[in-house]
Design a protein around this ligand. Structure first.
Ligand code: NIG
Ligand code: FE
Length: 414
């Protein structure tokens, strides 16, 4: 049995009871903490924590970590990623810098289908190897739970390959993983002229088979002009409902044309992107129970609008933020940078951004009973900061970050 005791923690941040599965509106500006604290880990679980004066005394029973001048917070919960992909799209990066838009690049034969071509020609072993390097990278950057989407296979065999790699990542690493089937990410070239047949393949073969094989936790659709329209998206969502799988949907990245209404009709767990959000969309969200997820580094990288995060929070809604780690629109999974960008570009306070990237991120993956806060019984996924005086130093130090160590399921990661 391994027990780790963190002592002299300057501030233990994001302390919540199990009843809090997410925070919304004004509550997002509050990050409950204990000053001068200890925290005890038993195997992979947070066993106990409190004021330092109540810390266990017989230190020889524990592996002790002195956190003097450091703060401790729950690891980042990244609720939207495409971290399993092959190769990269750095060629498109230069095209974009020279003036082409994301959609112009896609229409010229690049974009998602470019990644599909590469992934189909990559073995499962190689895909796992490439993806594991990125997973280890984000673990070191403080991510303790991550949602990973398929969507670069777009046929029976290659979507399965992606989902099996996600499942393997889950087995081989201590990071908490949720798998999302995104067969409706783009229409593969072989179905350009008969799109409804591709939807048939998704709903009649892919979804039932992968579900049967227990490879998927959620279903996603890129509901966007030029990708999946409302009717096509609805076919996928209604099948998901029939199979009892919750949806998490890409909506309103470039256009607002009814995707949010559709998501709410199907009680999606989350709606992600929202760079283009109308007042009607906002009102609809307020009447539903779907959590909005903003992806600030996608906006940063593509130079597109940022989701109106201030407006979302000020209207009383919850907000999660995630990395969208993918080769086309956000080739980074660094949640420290996501948190900084949410503050700098979306005008969130440090408290709001940290709530958005921890408890609310956990909620957007359906796992806020297990991760996302400092709560007895939750998984011991923790970030130990460097010496800092204020939590504002976390988003402030963009690019370098303020992490000294991370603990993942009770294991110290170097
Ligand atoms: O979330 N918008 C759709 N999917 C990804 C981009 C995928 C890609 O370009 O490879 C996104 O931004
Ligand atoms: Fe995405």
């Amino acid at each position: 049995m391994s027990r780790i005791l963190l002592i002299n923690i300057k501030k233990l941040l994001q302390i919540r009871s199990l009843d809090t599965s997410y925070v919304s509106g004004k509550e997002m500006d509050v990050l409950p903490f204990i000053e001068s604290a200890y925290l005890l880990i038993n195997n992979d679980i947070i066993e106990e924590f409190g004021e330092m004066k109540n810390s266990p005394k017989n230190l020889e029973k524990f592996r002790v970590i002195d956190c003097k001048d450091k703060m401790v917070l729950p690891s980042w919960c990244d609720s939207h990623s495409h971290i399993v992909f092959s190769g990269n799209r750095s060629n498109e990066f230069i095209d974009r810098i020279k003036g082409l838009s994301y959609n112009e690049i896609a229409n010229n034969g690049g974009g998602i289908l470019n990644s599909v071509d590469i992934l189909r020609n990559t073995s499962k072993e190689d895909l796992l190897k490439q993806s594991t390097i990125r997973v280890k990278e984000v673990i070191n950057q403080g991510t303790g739970a991550i949602e990973i989407k398929s969507g670069y296979g777009l046929n029976m065999e290659s979507e399965k390959k992606m989902l099996e790699v996600i499942s393997e990542i889950k087995k081989q690493n201590n990071i908490t993983v949720k798998a999302t089937f995104l067969g409706a990410h783009a229409f593969p070239r072989e179905f350009t002229d008969n799109k409804s047949e591709y939807i048939d393949l998704i709903v009649n073969k892919m979804m039932p088979q992968y579900n049967e094989a227990r490879l998927i936790d959620f279903v996603d659709v890129f509901c966007e002009k030029g990708y999946f329209d409302i009717n096509q998206s609805e076919r996928v969502l209604s099948k998901a409902k029939e199979l009892g799988i919750r949806a998490k949907i890409h909506v309103n990245q470039f256009n607002s044309f009814g995707g949010i209404k559709l998501a709410l009709k199907y009680e999606a767990l989350s709606v992600d992107h929202l760079e283009v959000l109308t007042n009607e969309d906002l009102t609809n969200l307020k009447n539903g129970s779907t959590i909005p997820v903003a992806l600030p580094t996608c906006s940063y990288f593509l130079g597109i609008n940022y989701a109106p995060a201030r407006k979302i929070i000020d209207s009383g809604l919850p907000l999660a933020i995630a990395s969208d780690y993918n080769p086309g629109s956000s080739p980074s999974g660094n949640m420290n940078f996501v948190v900084s960008t949410a503050c700098i570009k979306m005008k969130l306070t440090s408290e709001e951004a940290i709530n958005a990237a921890t408890i609310n991120g956990a909620y957007a993956m359906g796992i806020s009973d297990k991760v996302g806060s400092i709560t007895k019984g939750k998984i011991a996924n923790l970030i130990i900061t460097k010496d800092i005086n204020s939590i504002n130093e976390i988003p402030y130090s963009f690019g370098s970050g303020k992490i000294s160590e991370v603990i993942l399921a009770g294991k110290i990661i170097n």
